[in-house]
Unconditional design. Structure first.
Length: 282
């Protein structure tokens, strides 16, 4: 069955296929103003409420394909610096675990992929983010994925290493899973370590909480805003779709990162990295 994205996106409320209309311009302007304000913009019920069940069913079908990876990380994803005091944010490590369902589980029958590849969707996100160079990721394991979060897990405080993320809430856990962020806590020329330390110590003064519901689309600029996903509790899994976009066409992930996040690599990762497969066998 061919998927028509028009049946899933709430185009009555968000006419993202109507470029050039006043409604489109207003929507893009609203997104840009939210992003300029605190780096976060949300399109509530972007996916029609009456169709979200189909997306949940799709996630349920592939959830067991999630590759679990665990590591200990500081908020910068950098190495420990033993010469600094233990309380320094660079030295504070938290357990991170995630289960990414690789993109090759989302084939032509996938609603998530149909949305990701729908030209009006790509154009809308590009316009909202006000990016010049904006392409779908060419990585067959990572272009569109689902992050499956189970009981007890979340995503500890961190700054993103990419400029923005584009995510779709598909299902919440029974409890927890709130998205918390401290807007612009650091800047390109000042790490504001003491303010970062305050948030890590539990000071919620600068922290905003966002409760996303199934079907909400979120654009988030996380490079300067410290953020986390609070641990989920209950039997129900939290599902979030992650759409990746990059600045150059044809990009794929490095073999090391791909193996860590997805548990395997494809020939394209090795070719691009100019590494022979036999060199990687460990
Ligand atoms: O799962 C989410 O809602 C976002 C997680 C996050 O911050 C990230 O992937 O960088
Ligand atoms: Fe993040």
């Amino acid at each position: 069955m061919r998927i028509d994205v028009r049946d899933y996106v709430d185009l009555q409320r968000y006419p993202i296929d109507q470029v050039g209309t006043a409604a489109y311009a207003e929507l893009v302007a609203a997104m840009r103003s939210q992003l300029a304000g605190d780096g976060c913009a949300v399109v509530r019920s972007f996916i029609r409420t009456d169709r979200i069940g189909e997306l949940v069913a799709e996630a349920d079908r592939v959830a067991s394909k999630g590759h679990c990876s665990f590591n200990e990380t500081n908020v910068y994803f950098t190495q420990d610096k033993p010469e600094l005091p233990e309380s320094h944010p660079l030295r504070r490590f938290y357990e991170r675990s995630n289960a990414f369902v690789p993109a090759d589980n989302f084939g032509p029958e996938s609603i998530l992929r149909a949305v990701y590849e729908w030209p009006p969707f790509v154009a809308f996100v590009k316009a909202a983010l006000n990016e010049d160079k904006f392409f779908r990721y060419a990585d067959p394991l990572a272009d569109v994925i689902i992050n499956v979060v189970e009981e007890g897990n979340g995503f500890p405080w961190h700054f993103d290493t990419n400029n923005y993320t584009v995510t779709l809430a598909i299902q919440n856990g029974e409890e927890g899973g709130e998205f918390e962020y401290s807007p612009n806590l650091r800047s390109s020329d000042d790490e504001h370590y003491s303010a970062v330390g305050d948030v890590l110590d539990g000071d919620e003064g600068s922290v905003k909480t966002l409760c996303l519901e199934a079907g909400d689309l979120q654009l988030f600029k996380g490079r300067y805003s410290l953020h986390r996903v609070k641990p989920v509790s209950g039997q129900k899994k939290r599902y979030v779709g992650i759409f990746s976009f990059v600045e150059e066409p044809g990009m794929v992930g490095s073999p090391e990162r791909t193996r860590q996040l997805y548990g395997r690599v494809l020939p394209i990762h090795l070719e691009r990295a100019d590494v022979r497969a036999d060199e990687l066998i460990d």
